[in-house]
Design a protein around this ligand. Structure first.
Ligand SMILES: [Zn+2]
Ligand SMILES: [Zn+2]
Length: 355
């Protein structure tokens, strides 16, 4: 009577793998996760590109750049749900073999009028079908790599193309500015959460240093962006270290390389704000924010006197983000090869989800 079960068990013992399909989201993207335990960054790749462009031996984490074989990028949810579904499938096959055995037993062992024996398998019958694992919700930030054209979707910041590992200068810059914008936009929430948790002193100190760091991050992001864009121009020599943190020096480099500079790219008002905010950042980094004569001579700032400590406001940081964004746009337009226009995907964040 256990003929069916034994046959099923024999069949299953020869099974080395069970394939569980993974569903794409409504836009065609499938979920992936970095295998590094400290990172575990979750992202999505376009299903079509996963088959056509990605290489089995190396996929890159968009956040930390870790390189791993394609088989290691299952998400934690996929692994857990996949395991549960495989077990349910095996149980269903055993269940149906038992039922077939019981039915056969009941058919062949009819009542002899004295003793009636029948066999019954309890519980509702289970169907041995494997449904695809569901996709996580869609991500709004969709990107196409400028180098290999693989399409992927990310949340928050991402620096590397998961297909070719390209560390895009545009992605780096965009992600840095996004981090600064997020700080400024969430400052009130951060302040009230900290007030609750650690009191008003800690809340004020933390928020002030978040704003001061915001200036620093803007300048660093701009320096990095400008330097990489500049060095990509054929025939240019390597600029001095941090040359683009010094506005006159940066302007002269652009003028020599592409025939235009900050005067052409941003308004006189923006130029003077840029100078003041860059100089304030310099004070914070090298003089603990205390105004000195050199600052007064170089910045053209009339708000402070020598000896005071500068105060960074939300407006300062937001303004610097906007100005360097405009400068970066102008630098991109001036340096990008005309046939290599950046890719824009519909519905992308900031209207310019480019590389
Ligand atoms: Zn990672
Ligand atoms: Zn790529």
């Amino acid at each position: 009577m256990f003929r069916h079960l034994l046959r099923e068990m024999e069949d299953l013992s020869g099974t080395t793998s069970i394939t569980i399909p993974v569903a794409a989201d409504e836009r065609g993207y499938v979920d992936k996760e970095c295998p590094v335990s400290e990172c575990r960054y979750q992202f999505k790749v376009m299903g079509e590109d996963w088959g056509a462009l990605f290489h089995d031996e190396a996929v890159f984490c968009p956040m930390c750049g870790h390189e791993a074989p394609a088989t290691q990028l299952w998400t934690t949810e996929q692994v857990e749900q996949g395991r549960a579904r495989a077990m349910a499938y095996l149980e269903a096959r055993v269940d149906s073999a038992l039922r077939r055995g019981a039915a056969e037993f009941n058919r062949t062992h009819r009542s002899d009028g004295f003793l009636q024996v029948s066999m019954h398998v309890s519980g509702a019958p289970r169907r041995a079908v494997i449904l695809p694992l569901p996709a996580a919700e869609v991500l709004e930030q969709r990107v196409a790599c400028e180098k290999c054209s693989a399409r992927y979707a990310v949340i928050g910041a991402a620096f590397f193309c998961p297909c070719c590992g390209n560390n895009s200068v545009e992605r780096m810059f965009e992600a840095s500015l996004q981090r600064v914008r997020a700080r400024v936009e969430n400052l009130d929430t951060i302040r009230s959460a900290l007030r609750e948790a650690s009191g008003p002193d800690d809340a004020e100190l933390t928020c002030r240093s978040l704003l001061e760091d915001g200036l620093q991050h803007c300048v660093t992001a701009f320096q990095h962006y400008a330097e990489r864009r500049y060095r990509a121009i054929p025939g240019t020599a390597t600029p001095r270290m941090n040359a683009f943190q010094r506005l006159e020096e940066g302007d002269a480099l652009w003028r020599a390389a592409v025939g235009a500079g900050y005067i052409e790219w941003i308004s006189p008002d923006s130029q003077s704000r840029l100078r003041i905010l860059f100089e304030r950042r310099h004070l914070l980094a090298h003089r603990d924010g205390i105004v000195d004569d050199k600052y007064m001579a170089k910045s053209g700032d009339h708000v402070y006197r020598t000896g005071q400590r500068i105060v960074v406001t939300v407006r300062d940081v937001s303004e610097l983000v906007d100005i360097i964004q405009r400068l970066a746009d102008a630098i991109r337009a001036a340096t990008e090869p005309k046939d290599g226009a950046p890719t824009m995907l519909p519905g992308a964040e900031h209207g310019r989800d480019v590389l």
